[in-house]
Ligand binder design. Structure first.
Ligand code: UN1
Length: 498
């Protein structure tokens, strides 16, 4: 009953209603870990109102002091790392190292945000008028709604929350219905930080709502939630984006990816194989950055495919709590079915499938062998994102064609090239190269560090989260002109004498 100890560490082991509520089921063995009471829809307007009230107080707290709260959150996360990582493993099925890595990603963004809390820099701008000064200031914007997916059940919340909090905004979080326990654990960890902070933090700074899409919709449609960050499918984003904009809110969308690697003749093949296997089968292919398409130069395709087949043949698939396991379960039976459907579709389009079968690794769990699919072309099935460990392998003849293939899908999240040819490497990350938000050389497409802006173009939604200047998405920009002279000159030389 190892899972009970972890639940207890977050105060989640108390009995909950056996009827109603949201069951959290472990994909490891299908066992119901707990049943979490849902948030009634009627609560949403009250929670949003409380968030607005929290905003009025929090925006007055100096940003470096707000950073102190996030510093404490980072400390509490360090303390809870093993338990929270373990809970991610239980609820989502990530292998131990990836569960811990996800928590480390939270710690990293907290550190980043603490530094940021003293660096929310604006600008001074030269005024064309004598005796005038111009500046640009970044102000808190208001409650931020955060909708997250099951696959990074805690890190994506922290990217948004750490930035929103130092920027002076409260957060209302609607996690995936598949991962209520990790969300409640984060709330508990946040509360520990809050308890150590002092009384200048208002109540309701961070709220979690547990339930279905209708809860998310009330955040999407509320004028009192100026920023709505949504991570998930392109289908969801296509609904959320326009609805948020229709009420003049700001969506930050992080949607589907269909990430490719180009492998050029000069590539270090052994290194490429390691990068391919981690990014295609790690997290059981359930990262939005997972490698899904391999675009290999035709001269090295057979050699590379042979190496991949042998690497795939020895992949340890099974209980993610075992130290030797590299591939855990898919999130649920629907995900397994979607994987099988995609493989069938690929076969009907001329693909040859290696692996991919459903496995009874642990009874009750949802396991599949990762699949390699040799495709004659980039077909419709290849153009769609299937959240599973399926890698489509295609060939190219010249590098320009490879870049065209990389860009010829609707999504634009992550991409990479393996080459030792400087011209190819630089071209790939140039204006004429990859059209993705992330473009790497000699590393895989997944596992981005928090320091960079994270997100992508086209159907990936255009949003940026995490590092660089993504914080600006959580603030409002104000341009101020101050006249300290005794005259009133007009800009652009306009005369208007009254
Ligand atoms: C996601 O899959 O939604 O770059 C986020 C990565 C991780 C984040 C993935 N740092 O793979």
């Amino acid at each position: 009953m190892q899972h009970l100890a972890i639940l207890k560490s977050f105060d989640l082991a108390t009995p909950v209603p056996t009827e109603g509520g949201f069951p959290s089921r472990s994909p490891i063995d299908g066992i119901e870990l707990a049943r979490v009471p849902g948030t009634p829809l009627s609560e949403m307007p009250k929670m949003i109102a409380r968030s607005r009230k929290a905003f009025q107080a929090w925006r007055r707290v100096p940003a470096p002091r707000r950073g102190e709260l996030v510093r404490l959150l980072g400390e509490e996360l360090r303390r809870a790392k093993a338990d929270l990582g373990g809970l991610v493993t239980l609820e989502v099925g990530k292998i131990v190292s990836e569960g811990l890595g996800e928590v480390q990603e939270m710690i990293d963004i907290c550190d980043f945000a603490v530094g940021l809390s003293r660096q929310l820099y604006g600008l001074t701008i030269a005024s064309e008028r004598p005796g005038h000064a111009m500046r640009e200031t970044w102000h808190p914007i208001g409650p931020c709604g955060v909708i997250t997916a099951f696959n990074f059940p805690v890190a994506v919340w922290s990217w948004n929350a750490a930035l929103a909090l130092v920027c002076g905004n409260p957060v209302i979080w609607k996690p995936s219905e598949k991962t209520p326990l990790t969300a409640l654990a984060c709330q508990e960890i946040f509360n520990r930080a809050l308890a150590r902070f002092g009384d200048d933090a208002p109540a309701d700074l961070v709220q979690v709502v547990i339930g279905g899409a209708e809860l998310g919709e009330s955040l999407v449609d509320s004028k009192d939630v100026p920023v709505l960050s949504a991570t998930g499918s392109t289908r969801m984003g296509a609904i959320v984006g326009p609805r948020v904009m229709a009420r003049w809110g700001r969506p930050i969308l992080e949607l589907g990816g269909n990430n490719a690697m180009i492998v050029a003749p000069s590539a270090d093949l052994d290194m490429a194989v390691r990068a391919i296997v981690f990014s295609a089968v790690g997290t059981a292919g359930q990262r939005c950055t997972s490698l899904r398409r391999l675009i290999v130069h035709r001269d090295i395709k057979e050699a590379l495919l042979a190496k991949l087949k042998s690497a795939y043949a020895s992949l340890p698939v099974g209980d993610p709590r075992e130290a030797s396991t590299l591939v855990g379960p898919l999130i649920d039976a629907d995900a397994l079915a979607a994987m099988q459907a995609a493989l069938d579709a690929a076969r009907s389009e001329g693909g040859t499938v290696y692996g991919g079968e459903v496995l009874e690794a642990v009874s009750g769990g949802t396991y599949a062998a990762p699949a390699l699919v040799d495709m004659p072309a980039q077909t419709r099935t290849v153009e769609a994102e299937t959240f599973a460990p399926i890698l489509y392998v295609m060939t190219y003849s010249d590098f320009a064609e490879a870049i065209d293939m990389q860009n010829a899908v609707p999504q634009g999240l992550s991409s990479c090239v393996f080459t030792l040819n400087l011209r190819e490497a630089e071209l790939f990350i140039s204006a004429e190269g990859s059209d993705c938000g992330l473009a790497n050389v000699n590393i895989g497409p997944s596992g981005a560090e928090i320091g960079g802006a994270f997100g992508g173009e086209k159907e990936t939604g255009g949003g940026r989260e995490s590092g660089s200047d993504a914080w600006k998405g959580y603030m409002r920009r104000q341009t101020s002109t101050v006249n300290y002279s005794d005259a009133l000159p007009l800009a652009q030389g306009v005369r208007f004498d009254v």
